[in-house]
Design a protein around this ligand. Structure first.
Ligand code: ZN
Length: 366
């Protein structure tokens, strides 16, 4: 069965306030590798490069996709926001929200990033791909309809979901967000919607600091269709798998979606600068294995992973490689060079006792 890998070089060219030498970026002038923000091209580019070097990419169907259309965007974002974004992007770039700058042409790159997610979702739902991975950049899970934040300009996953619903390809969709930060944008967009289950595993009050509470379960017709699973700093491999097995996956199983979409951030990894968790490449491998098994059980294996955060330039590529090995069933491996040291740093038994109580409190409340 085929695993699609949706990517586009131009997604690596997104950046805010950046120059290439003395040249302002845009058009055919590529920005410098690091844009001054943690969300710079390196983590994603190095993942793409690693799968080329190991040969894993030969076991994937490398694809690109058309940018999301204005019609696609308008199902999630108001015209006023899109117009403001496009106008600034057509000029020198700028900032419309919180810590989410973009350069000239940033609008077009963001629509391409959303388009990769949409292309992946269409491919999985209409048949040619068994599952797929979208290397989207800029990320999307923090983007609110009219307010970009957390490096997210357009709500990539929400745009893809609304499009395939409009096209009649799927109705009930589950989003599992394992980025270390709360998927506040995805939550907000679907908070009243019983057709989209949103589940977010995240570090408690990391970002945003005022969203992501367990008590926030949805509103109106959407009540019960949002599940936040905040975890304490220091949660490692065993804690993540316990939260998956006991909270996240049972919720998705009960929902019985037509397809599962994972907001796949790698910033829960042990050396990420924007998280304080202790997940490893094997954690991401095991989480992928579990969500694939659940997809086989409930929705014919239909599964899309969309790249979100993850800011360790050295580790994201190995975490992503492990995920793609699982998705594709490829025998090509990239042994985790940090495995020994991160295994040694896993929390000890006293933390496991504490975490057991933390998770059980949520389990009992459901
Ligand atoms: Zn994140």
């Amino acid at each position: 069965m085929t695993t699609g890998f949706f990517w586009d070089e131009r997604c690596f060219w997104h950046g805010g306030g950046n120059y290439a030498g003395m040249l302002p970026v845009g058009g055919l002038v590529q920005p410098m590798a690091t844009g001054g923000l943690p969300e710079n091209p390196e983590t994603k580019r190095r993942l793409k490069n690693l799968i080329a070097v190991t040969g894993l990419e030969a076991d994937l169907a490398l694809m690109t996709a058309a940018p999301a259309s204005r019609e696609d965007l308008l199902r999630v974002h108001p015209a006023s926001y899109l117009d403001d974004f496009k106008a600034l992007s057509d000029g020198t770039g700028g900032e419309l929200g919180r810590r989410t700058p973009f350069g000239p042409g940033g609008y077009e790159v963001a629509t391409l990033s959303a388009g990769l997610a949409l292309g992946g979702l269409r491919a999985v739902l209409s048949g040619p791909m068994h599952n797929a991975y979208a290397l989207s950049r800029p990320p999307g899970h923090h983007a609110l309809p009219d307010f970009p934040n957390g490096f997210c300009l357009l709500a990539n996953i929400a745009i893809a979901i609304r499009a395939v619903q409009a096209e009649g390809l799927a109705r009930r969709i589950a989003v599992l967000d394992w980025d270390v930060h709360h998927g506040n944008g995805t939550e907000a967009i679907f908070y009243d919607d019983p057709d989209v289950l949103t589940v977010s595993l995240h570090q408690d009050r990391n970002y945003p600091m005022d969203t992501g509470a367990f008590a926030d379960r949805g509103h109106g017709a959407g009540a019960g269709f949002n599940l936040n699973i905040p975890l304490p700093p220091g949660t490692g491999h065993d804690g993540y798998l316990a939260a998956m097995d006991r909270l996240a996956l049972p919720a998705i199983r009960a929902f019985a979606p037509d397809v599962i979409v994972v907001a796949c951030g790698y910033d829960a990894a042990a050396n990420d600068p924007l998280g304080r968790m202790l997940a490893t490449a094997d954690t991401f491998r095991q989480m992928t294995r579990r969500v694939m098994a659940l997809a086989e059980e409930v929705c014919g294996g239909r599964l899309l992973l969309v790249h979100e955060g993850g800011y360790s330039e050295t580790y994201v590529p190995f975490c992503g490689h492990a995920v793609l090995e699982e998705l594709s069933g490829s025998a090509v491996t990239a042994p985790d060079p940090f495995a020994e040291v991160f295994a040694a740093r896993q929390p000890d038994g006293r933390f496991a006792v504490f975490l057991e109580g933390w998770i059980k409190d949520m389990e009992d409340a459901l």
